[in-house]
Design a protein around this ligand. Structure first.
Ligand SMILES: *Cc1c(COP(=O)(O)O)cnc(C)c1O
Length: 414
């Protein structure tokens, strides 16, 4: 079996089912090609991608500028490890620091690794700068968070499917309700060992929960009051997805640590990072942290190209405009609909709430019907369907997608 042999969709699914661990419940569609907002299956059927690989492909599939940067670098130098310098990483670090307004970057590969990195830096900062007694640091997190899949990260998840039978769990986390400033202040006030507050500016995996206006700015102010680091996980919300370069930009907040991943590469390659100013990042010295692949020259070349595309093509502005249009169009349909109760979101990170219980299969069946009608999306939690197309979409394409979604939902009207 060679890479060039063409499999039917049926055969591809059978192979994964037999030889792959069953750690995903994938929608039955086998993709073999992508371009911009479109993907094609193994039989050549074309779809709108309305997931964008969980917002990794904000710049669109196989963006020519990103592919060009990647292939040129792949033919020149792919990996040196950080045992040596490479001539691409510094350029990426400078570009990212200037883009997001930080002194320093620490490059990693996946989102979960970047979250782990931020947690480690936060703890070390607490011991060395804040004066927390050794091994006593606490980090505040939110209920229904999603920050990745490592042992430590699932330790502070409250999703039973992600957690059960993976213990013992890492200690040092305090869980509070999301979008609740009273709970945050209570947690900050009642414990002198709090080092940081880790938060998603919008809870994506949980079902696109947008907090109350002002929540992030007030949470940041509380963190300042109690000398605690405000850590924003923008792995999903960052890089123009919500209509600004970062979701925290909507409230003019500068996190003490910023975590990026996913669209930092435009989906071409695993690239993630943590950004912070010197007073925080300087707690990390040689040997304290690292990654064989983190900061490799291909990642660096891809990362610069991916950020340039976002700026050159005005993707934040486009996400803002198309997001408003999307919610306005769906809000015309929802009052007369028995199947959808609400649409919510910011920019092009949106979700609809299906009028059925969390354990029903209605949302899954809607996604199967959307697939048949040429649009790919996936339920997040039971009865919530996330809609997050690539940000390179045009107005005409978006209206075409709205028509597909409404036509499909009408098939499910009771
Ligand atoms: C996807 C995601 C992660 C984890 O990223 P991986 O690359 O899958 O490890 C972390 N935080 C948020 C908010 C995410 O959406």
């Amino acid at each position: 079996m060679s890479q060039t042999e063409n499999l039917t969709s049926e055969n591809a699914i059978a192979l994964e089912d037999k030889y792959g661990a069953h750690n995903y419940h994938s929608l039955p569609v086998v993709l073999s090609r992508g371009e911009g907002v479109y993907v094609w299956d193994a039989e050549g059927k074309k779809y709108y991608d309305f997931l964008s690989a969980y917002s990794a492909v904000n710049q669109g599939h196989c963006h020519p500028k990103i592919v060009d940067a990647m292939t040129r670098q792949a033919q020149t130098l792919t990996l040196t490890s950080r045992a040596f310098y490479n001539d691409q990483l510094g350029k990426f670090e400078k570009y990212a620091c200037e883009t997001f307004g930080y002194d320093k970057m620490l490059p990693m590969n996946t989102g979960a690794e970047a979250v782990e990195t931020a947690l480690k830096i936060c703890r070390k900062w607490a011991y060395e700068k804040k004066g927390v007694a050794s091994n006593e640091a606490q980090i505040i997190v939110c209920e229904n968070n999603f920050h990745g899949r490592t042992t430590t990260i699932i330790s502070f998840s409250n999703d039973p499917v992600a957690r059960i039978n993976f213990g013992p769990y890492t200690k040092g986390f305090i869980k509070i309700e999301y979008d609740n400033l009273i709970a945050l202040e209570e947690a900050l006030k009642s414990n002198d060992n709090v080092a940081g507050f880790l938060v998603e500016p919008i809870q994506g995996e949980a079902g696109v929960y947008v907090p109350t206006d002002g929540y992030l700015a007030k949470a940041k102010a509380l963190c300042e009051k109690y000398n605690v680091l405000f850590i924003a996980d923008e792995v999903q919300t960052g890089i123009a997805r919500t209509g600004k370069m970062l979701a925290v930009d909507h409230e003019g907040v500068k996190p003490n640590m910023l975590i990026l991943g996913k669209a930092l590469s435009g989906g071409a390659y695993p690239v993630s990072c943590v950004l912070a100013d010197n007073d925080i990042m300087d707690v990390i010295g040689p040997g304290n942290h690292g990654s064989t692949f983190g900061g490799n020259p291909v990642a660096a070349a891809v990362g610069i190209a991916a950020l340039e595309v976002v700026k050159e093509e005005g993707l934040a502005e486009n996400a803002r405009e198309l997001g408003e249009l999307f919610r306005a169009e769906l809000n015309k349909f929802i009052p007369g609909s028995s199947i959808v109760t609400a649409v919510r979101g910011k920019g092009l990170l949106n979700a609809i709430l299906v009028n059925d219980s969390e354990v029903s299969s209605t949302a899954w069946n809607i996604c199967l019907a959307l697939r048949d009608n040429g649009l790919l999306a996936k339920p997040t939690h039971g009865n919530i369907i996330r809609f997050a197309p690539p940000l390179v979409m045009t107005r005409e394409q978006l209206l075409d997608c709205v028509a597909i979604i409404i036509k499909t939902l009408e098939q499910f009207q009771k």
